[in-house]
Ligand binder design. Structure first.
Ligand SMILES: Nc1ncnc2c1ncn2[C@@H]1O[C@H](COP(=O)(O)OP(=O)(O)O)[C@@H](O)[C@H]1O
Ligand SMILES: [Mg+2]
Length: 314
């Protein structure tokens, strides 16, 4: 039996006057998935997310969250199952972190002992306990982004709608946000996240939807994107010793198109349909090689993304 997706969007359209920002989008996010909405600026990501967050009315089409039709009738109920983080962080003059969270907890009707507990929990989850008494406006952008997440976790929502949570962050803050998102995923949250940078999300999203000028041009896994764009997969494999003989072992695996050895590493080209990087790791380890590194080359993913968004591939 198929479970209804937690987020289900069908034929969604939104026009601002004559400009049609969203032109018929379909999207499913199943329970426990992290789905990335990926596309250049102006593609319609924010508009789509705002509709799901009950902040904008669609011109046509349907959006459902947790079985509820997203619209004025159910707005309150929908808001109780979502945590929405917009792409901007407001200004909170003279407010410290604790007051900020207390304020939002009150708006969710969380009071008394429970409020203290919940606030302690979200502060600790987002690694901000030590900033409880700091002024919100004094926090770095990365900390403010984590505080936004802390705020939307107060009412323990099932679904997180995150609009460009990593944009404008320095590399370290970006890594911290990624780790936090992975943790939320492990906790069972269903996450829809937007970004205009593919590499920010590629390695931990279960599905990627590529959106371009208001239309979804592709949905699938990272592997499927590579397949569709007919871009080969390149995997760099490091072994502690005997790279040349490791290369011979790898050569015999299914889907391997080519191997090159340099600097004690093996560069493996794979057919994205047949090849499987985890098979390389498994084979080498069972044959007694000590793996020091195995990672997929990112440049191919960028190429695939460009091809898909330029309409070079159907
Ligand atoms: N309030 C608005 N009024 C008019 N046009 C808008 C408004 N908000 C967004 N747009 C336009 O809609 C398109 C999609 O915008 P948006 O959803 O913000 O895209 P993204 O988040 O992918 O950058 C853009 O062309 C943008 O200029
Ligand atoms: Mg946007």
């Amino acid at each position: 039996m198929h479970e209804e997706p937690v987020v289900r969007v069908r034929g969604l359209r939104k026009a601002y006057g004559a400009r049609e920002a969203v032109q018929g989008i379909d999207l499913d996010v199943h329970r426990g998935e992290i789905v990335a909405l990926l596309g250049p600026n102006g593609a319609g990501k924010t508009t789509t997310i705002k509709i799901l967050a009950t902040l904008l009315k669609p011109s046509y089409g349907e959006a459902r969250i947790d079985g509820l039709s997203v619209g004025p009738v159910n707005a309150r109920q929908v808001r109780s199952v979502i945590g929405y983080v917009p792409d901007y962080f407001g200004s909170y003059e003279d407010m410290v972190v604790l007051e900020y969270l207390e304020f939002f907890a009150a708006t969710y009707d969380i009071h008394g002992k429970k409020r203290k507990q919940v606030i302690d929990d979200v502060l600790s989850l987002t690694d901000l306990s030590y900033k409880a008494d700091a002024e919100v406006n004094s926090l770095s952008r990365g900390m403010q982004q984590r505080l936004s997440l802390a705020r939307v976790l107060l009412h323990d929502p099932k679904v997180l709608l995150l609009d460009e949570p990593a944009s404008g962050l320095d590399p370290r803050a970006r890594i911290e946000i990624r780790e936090l998102l992975k943790e939320l995923h492990r906790m069972g949250k269903t996450i829809l996240i937007s970004s205009h940078i593919l590499l920010e999300l590629a390695d931990f999203c279960t599905t990627i939807g590529i959106i371009e000028r208001g239309k979804m041009v592709f949905t699938g896994t990272v592997r499927e994107i590579l397949e569709r764009a007919k871009v080969g997969l390149v995997v760099n494999v490091g072994v502690a010793a005997n790279a040349a003989s490791a290369a011979e072992v790898i050569k015999l695996l299914p889907g391997v198109i080519g191997v090159e050895t340099f600097d004690g590493e093996v560069r493996v080209s794979l057919d994205p349909k047949l090849g499987d990087p985890s098979l390389i790791a498994h084979k080498l380890v069972t044959q007694g090689y000590k793996l020091t590194r195995l990672d997929e080359e990112r440049v191919n993913l960028e190429t695939a993304f460009m091809r898909l968004t330029k309409g070079l591939v159907q």
